[in-house]
Design a protein around this ligand. Sequence first.
Ligand code: PLP
Length: 342
Amino acid sequence: MTDSTRRLLADAARRGADYLESLDRRPVFPPETAVDRLRSALAGEMPDAPAQGVQVLDFLEEYGTPATVASAGGRYFGFVTGGSLPATLAAHVLASAWDQNSFSHTSSPAAWLFGDTSLRWLKGVFGLPAQSAGALVLGATAANFAGLAAARHAVLRRAGWNVEEQGLRGSPDVALVVGEEAHGTIFKILPLLGFGRAHIQRVPADEQGRLRPDRLPPITGPTIACIQAGNVNSGAFDPAPDVVQWARAGGAWVHVDGAFGLWAAASDRRRPLMAGFADADSWATDAHKWLNVPYDCGVAFVRDPDALRAAMSISGDYLMLGSKDPIDLTTDGSRRARGFDV
Ligand SMILES: *Cc1c(COP(=O)(O)O)cnc(C)c1O
């Protein structure tokens, strides 16, 4: 490594630390003048000539820093946005230097082992079945996609239909049962899986936004239900024991959106909120929320590993991959190695 690369990385780390130390003094949302200044600085065409690394850092610091949102600090209360902890940030910086591609165990044994271990430990934290498949993905939206794709595969397979081969044209109807206060991402993901919003059955919610179990419809065929652990407005948890009992009796799949709520399982005081959720079939959560790892990091779990693999597997023996390789369990191929931060 040239001395200038070493100096450049140390320089970036120093500037990052300066920024973190300034968090308690800077405005949480940037002043309009700072955003205008950045917009003007970026208004020109792409430069023809290369720049030195330090010039890139200078530009980022001079124009970028003042236009950031101080969401990494303790005075930020917008959205459900987490800030990274020092250890996860430092790991993220080191892992960026490693620049590992974590799509399979052969693309990076280190990334694979950290990822696989993270998922195994998180199953323990959440109290989920040990044999469940897990995957580190972009966020809870992507994790909802993974869980619901596995659900689509499984409920249709039980009805004698292979959706990956045949598609949805001519398939048996799948009933989609969702609490009316489900997170917006559910109403984005179901259409991506071929389920139109007009066909989603929205179960009325109580005053806390909890799906009302007395309003669950009768199950008459392949059915997928989505419940949430943690309503973004009230924090409330859907009544998982009632929904799981209803689903088991009728052979329905239960998917849990627990983007931030699943982490209640890590707290002795809050764990009772999670009653019944581990009996579901698939779960989505975010490590970039309560675990406070840097963006981006979602986590998907599916009780039946074969269902997730059937939904996501890249066909055949592409690159001679193993059956637990991340590329076979998610939509993504090349990806960063989120397991190091987790
Ligand atoms: C944040 C959140 C999501 C979406 O997660 P992303 O990480 O932004 O994709 C989904 N559901 C709930 C309940 C959330 O809080």
